[in-house]
Design a protein around this ligand. Structure first.
Ligand code: SF4
Ligand code: SF4
Length: 74
């Protein structure tokens, strides 16, 4: 699952992240601040994060790739 954090205080409501989101995961709320509609649709592509001029959006990919190692060579 991917996490998308939007820092409302930093957002200048330019709409770039919404325009660049290929999955329409982001929409503008009543204050024109982006909000998540359906996080399941988010691919974690980070386009929103990369395009935001104000660093107001951060995508965190929760990658569960822990490998269990039972033996340790010394
Ligand atoms: S990471 Fe990609 S798919 Fe997810 S909200 Fe941002 S632009 Fe949209
Ligand atoms: S690109 Fe950044 S500043 Fe512009 S609407 Fe999105 S979060 Fe706000």
């Amino acid at each position: 699952m991917t996490r998308v954090d939007i820092y409302r205080g930093w957002c200048k409501k330019c709409g770039i992240c919404i325009a660049f989101c290929p999955k329409e995961t982001l929409v503008a709320d009543k204050d024109s601040v982006p909000t998540i509609t359906d996080l399941e649709s988010c691919t974690g592509c980070r386009l929103c994060e990369m395009r935001c001029p104000d660093f107001a959006i951060v995508v965190t990919k929760d990658e569960k790739q822990k490998t269990k190692s039972g033996s340790a060579a010394g």
